[in-house]
Design a protein around this ligand. Sequence first.
Ligand code: NDP
Length: 478
Amino acid sequence: MNFEYAAAPESRSVVKIDPVYGHFINGKWVSGSAHFNTINPATEEVLSSIALGSAADVDTAVKAARNAFDKSWSKLSGRERGKYLFRIARIMQERAREFAVLETLDNGKPIRESRDVDVPLSAAHFFYHAGWADKLEYAGVDTTTAPHGVVGQIIPWNFPLLMLAWKVAPALATGNTVVLKPAETTSLTALLFAQVCQQAGLPDGVVNIVTGDGSTGSAIVNHPGIDKIAFTGSTEVGKLIARAVAPTNKSLTLELGGKGANIVFGDAAIDETVEGIVNGIFFNQGHVCCAGSRLILQESVADEVLEKLKRRMDKIRVGDPLDKNTDLGAINSAEQLAKIRELTAAGEAEGAGRWSANCALPTNGFWFAPTIFTGVTQAHRIAREEIFGPVLSVLTFRTPAEAIEKANNTPFGLSAGIWSEKGSNILWATQQLRAGVIWANTFNKFDPASPFGGYKESGWGREGGRHGLSAYLKGSAK
Ligand code: NDP
């Protein structure tokens, strides 16, 4: 007998979306001169019209941030700054449902994830950094130096609120002021966060949010009044930013792409491993920089793992992101869907074997069925390039040395996973892998206290933990 889940949609009545939004500059809403639409990627419904920030808007925001830094924020003690951060964290918790529904509407991710991962982790980042604000001398960072001053922050669309929290919380805790640009397709939770700043009584100009596209981001990067740039996004844009910042005195942290290896040794607990593989690649539709997008299986267990994985993938529920039963939501944009289609077509053309879960996809919006490719070689584009979608490339190995060789054979170095019953295997492999974050017998676990960042083309610097704090002070970690 086959049981079906009844639909359990979360109500969208908890959110109020304005038809038009301006920028949030110096504690006030400032009208934009041009606008673009933001849509719900699950339905293509237009949600609102968002201001397209110009270089002049960025300039106004930078001046407001400088003024706030000079006149109020840098004069406050760490204890006073911490109080504001605690207040923001509590308000985010109080308004958690509103944030979760809005994030799901604007991004397409399942409510289960926005409600249970994005929003609680965002609040946790503010709590964590609130705690550090008056204890920086115990954080192992060089507190004889000062905050940078005005920080320009540019964030992507895959975790809109969480990436804002990763950037804004440490910046404020260490005494910087902020000009932040959310991604074009996902501005709404950043604009709700601006309301939280007002509600928390944050001094005007400490947080400024200028919405817009790549040109707005570029105006932030190139503004002479900015002291530090913090960017999360593609390696391509990260390289452009590194070139723009190189001849200046600006500090820079970059959190870029990845092609994480998830290595399964023959002695792994197979059922748990299959759950971990699913979480590693299908969490957040695979729009995750540290996704376990290359599965590297020991040959002795490859057939068993693949058979169980396919059976499990057929049970993944794809559909309405507001339904609490949904596992896999919508692809964030038509552009991203086109990119996933291009790379999966290249996978087939280059000779890898494609298998997709048997699921019905909605007719409106942007959707892609969970897919795996077997018989992938290291030369294939799907083994080398970031697909940033629910697509897993499967490779195999015979010896542990071969697994490490394949795992490290990438221009990226953000994340990796190891599945094995043996601690000695795990410790040996972690020492060989060139990845900033390595999970053992789990995947995609995040904590504000744990530094996150990459090797090679995955970026510079760390976010989170004590290491992340030091990136917002002129001195480096002791
Ligand atoms: P981008 O790197 O283009 O976007 C990230 C942020 O940078 C956005 O806010 C974007 O604005 C902004 N931006 C774009 N161009 C510039 C510029 N010249 N100067 C300053 N800021 C700029 O990523 P995409 O959204 O285009 O995604 C492309 C690919 O990047 C994805 O397919 C995926 O592979 C990868 N990616 C990786 C992420 C990660 O976390 N590692 C996150 C997102 C994407 P706007 O949104 O308005 O374009």
